[in-house]
Design a protein around this ligand. Structure first.
Ligand SMILES: Cc1ncc(COP(=O)(O)O)c(C=O)c1O
Length: 396
């Protein structure tokens, strides 16, 4: 009797734990500002919502093809071609319930027990857990703030073994906000081809890039790299569509076919009205994406500037996504609100209890010493949150 080893092996998500703690405190009447969840505060653009509503009105409320409706797969192909010069055919596209589902299905399609998966850390909370669920073994590469969290090919090379089957890249990156340099991507692409491992390129933040940096899609380097790459993207971040649960993967036909068969047994595919909304998102006007990006950029600059003025906080300048990832380790061994800070979990607990702001501890991203703060919230909240944090740290 009891839970499976697989279920017992899962680490709870640090992001969700903090979101729950904030919810609990709010229910108790506490004034807490959440900087923890990676969800844009903007509404879904109106024309996209309307397309979803129209789909319901027209009766598109039944099962759809497992890999997605043809209209959406065509739209995704056109988008990848126009934006990243990536040529995919509809049979190379799988539409999923959010990018998250595409990621784990790619792992289920590619991994055998004991296969190694290289993951740069800090990393998005779900990668190592998904790898474990698919019976793979996460192999971590530490990135350092002093090197602007760069993932240099030399670091990757050190971790390659005969069991390396897959590598996960998150570009732009959650939680550091880094945008990978083309030379680093090219070097990793060469390693992938030479040592014959697949790469999942999670590009969900590809539309949120600042300061003139450029996003290069990993699969675009050469035909060989293209054949070893599963590109994952989605609608949650760029179109503020988190609750619609819509994402996709693009890759070699046989891998997409396997993922689609797996999806057929998991969920039977993404939900039908959402897919029609997704077509409107890709085919419709893109000005809302740019408006949101510009607003994120303003908040990013404010947050970085404010954090840099705070006692015991160091931060680099994130170039993409909507997170700042400051080093808070100089507080370790000191006290906040009378309690000793032994790590990032204690630091974030102190911030929620003493300053009324919810951040995510770096340990949740498998790196001690940091905290993730999102600016996917209003400018007023950014300013108020930074005021609270500054005051709290200044008084300790
Ligand atoms: C790096 C990364 N990949 C994937 C996802 C999942 O996105 P979706 O809502 O499309 O499942 C997220 C969401 O937080 C993310 O940060």
């Amino acid at each position: 009797m009891g839970l499976s080893k697989r279920a017992r092996n899962i680490e709870p998500s640090g992001t969700q734990a903090m979101t729950q703690r904030i919810r609990d405190l709010k229910r108790q009447g506490k004034n807490v500002l959440a900087f923890s969840s990676g969800e844009p505060d903007f509404p879904t653009p109106e024309h996209i919502s309307r397309a979803g509503q129209e789909a319901i009105d027209k009766g598109y409320t039944k099962y759809a093809p497992v890999a997605g409706i043809p209209e959406l797969k065509d739209a995704v192909c056109d988008h990848l071609k126009e934006t990243y010069s990536l040529a995919y055919k509809p049979e190379q596209i799988l539409v999923s319930n959010g990018a998250k589902q595409a990621l784990i299905e790619a792992m289920f399609a590619l991994l055998d027990p004991g296969d190694e998966v290289i993951i740069p850390v800090p990393c998005w909370v779900s990668y190592p857990e998904q790898v474990k669920l698919a019976d793979g073994v996460p192999v971590l590469i530490e990135r350092r703030m002093e090197d602007d969290f760069r993932l240099r090919p030399e670091l990757v090379k050190e971790r390659i073994t005969p069991r390396t089957k897959l590598m996960i890249l998150c570009n732009p990156d959650n939680p550091t906000g880094g945008v990978m340099k083309e030379e680093d991507l090219r070097g990793i692409a060469e390693l992938a081809v030479r040592h014959r491992f697949y790469v999942i390129s999670d590009e969900i933040y590809s539309r949120l890039i600042y300061d003139g940096h450029r996003h290069v899609s990993f699969g675009s380097f050469s035909p060989e790299v293209y054949r070893q790459t599963i590109t994952v993207n989605g609608f949650s971040k760029a179109y503020s569509m988190t609750g619609w649960r819509l994402g996709y993967a693009a890759g070699p036909k046989e891998i997409i076919k396997a993922m689609s068969e797996i999806q057929g047994h998991f969920t039977s595919g993404a939900n039908t009205p959402s897919m029609y909304a997704g077509v409107a998102a890709i085919r419709g006007p893109q000005d809302t994406v740019e408006q949101m990006r510009q607003e994120f950029d303003r908040r990013r600059k404010t947050m970085v500037q404010r954090l840099r003025g705070m006692k015991g906080i160091r931060t680099n300048v994130p170039q993409g996504a909507f997170y700042v990832y400051p080093d808070v380790s100089s507080w370790f061994g000191k006290k906040i609100g009378g309690k000793e800070i032994r790590g990032s979990m204690d630091f974030c607990s102190a911030m929620v209890e003493e300053a009324g702001i919810g951040l995510v501890p770096g340990v949740g991203f498998l790196q001690e010493g940091f905290a993730r703060i999102t600016y996917a919230c209003s400018m007023e909240q950014v300013i108020e949150g930074m005021n609270r944090m500054e005051k709290c740290l200044g008084a300790n």
